[in-house]
Design a protein. Structure first.
Length: 247
């Protein structure tokens, strides 16, 4: 596990590592860059590099050791629904999350097809938040597949936002996160795209979280939109206690 600087979570837990690119949002993958750094530092978990997906059963015991409620991003360095992650291991990860209802576990995938294919075989307790990444209009079908799953809390990560999303169907979606791309050569995110998504979220009564403008200096660019920050979270059971531990 590791404390996280990601604004919408508290810490990360990576039962799997490695991934492969599937769409335009993957072009400047943060996890790929970090994997190279961690491998160069001699981190055993990342010795195989980024393109080889590996499961790490030894990490499954970790959430049982946390003494206070946590908000946890699961697999910041991978995708649990990658085709190379066995279904039995996915079930093992879900069992850990089922066994620890005091924690909120946030999962994010670009592989909505596999998520939908196996969702009925998984136990979706209230503390498992399932999200899909949507970077532009070319991949909005991921939202429809997420909507059909048995996940109790469903969210969208519109990051890196590289195109307008003027016609989002937010039916049965609980949370929308928006963020711009950062790094050495980031693709720009337009103000009007973000304002439109915030308004769509408001109209649909969906919690809206603005993560960052991004850019080459994301700290300097900040995360102010409409003269304020947007830190809204889904209003669901257990989130109050988890957030109080995060403050």
């Amino acid at each position: 596990m590791a404390n996280s600087s990601i604004e919408w979570t508290e810490m990360t837990w990576n039962p799997t590592t490695g991934c492969t690119k599937v769409s335009a949002g993957c072009k400047f993958c943060y996890a790929e860059i970090m994997t190279r750094r961690l491998k160069a530092m001699g981190q055993e978990k990342y010795k195989h590099g980024f393109k080889i997906v590996k499961v790490h059963p030894e990490t499954l015991a970790i959430p049982y050791t946390w003494k206070t409620a946590k908000i946890v991003f699961v697999n910041s360095m991978s995708d649990l629904f990658h085709k190379d992650v066995p279904l039995d291991f996915i079930k093992d990860v879900f069992q850990v999350m089922n066994d620890n209802p005091q924690h909120v576990f946030q999962l994010l995938t670009k592989r909505a097809e596999r998520l939908f294919e196996i969702h009925k075989e998984l136990n979706w307790t209230h503390n498992i938040w399932m999200g899909v990444s949507v970077e532009d209009e070319n991949v909005t079908e991921r939202i429809d597949l997420l909507r059909k799953t048995n996940a109790k809390v469903k969210f969208l990560s519109l990051e890196p936002l590289i195109g307008a999303l003027p016609n989002l169907n937010l039916t049965n979606i609980d949370w929308v996160i928006v963020g711009g791309e950062s790094g050495h050569n980031p693709r720009p995110m337009k103000l009007e795209w973000v304002v439109d998504i915030q308004q769509q979220s408001k109209n649909a009564n969906v919690a809206f979280f603005f993560k960052q403008w991004g850019g080459k200096n994301k700290k300097a660019a900040g995360r102010i939109l409409n003269g304020r920050t947007y830190d809204e979270m889904p209003q669901v059971k257990n989130i109050e206690s988890a957030l109080s531990n995060n403050s």
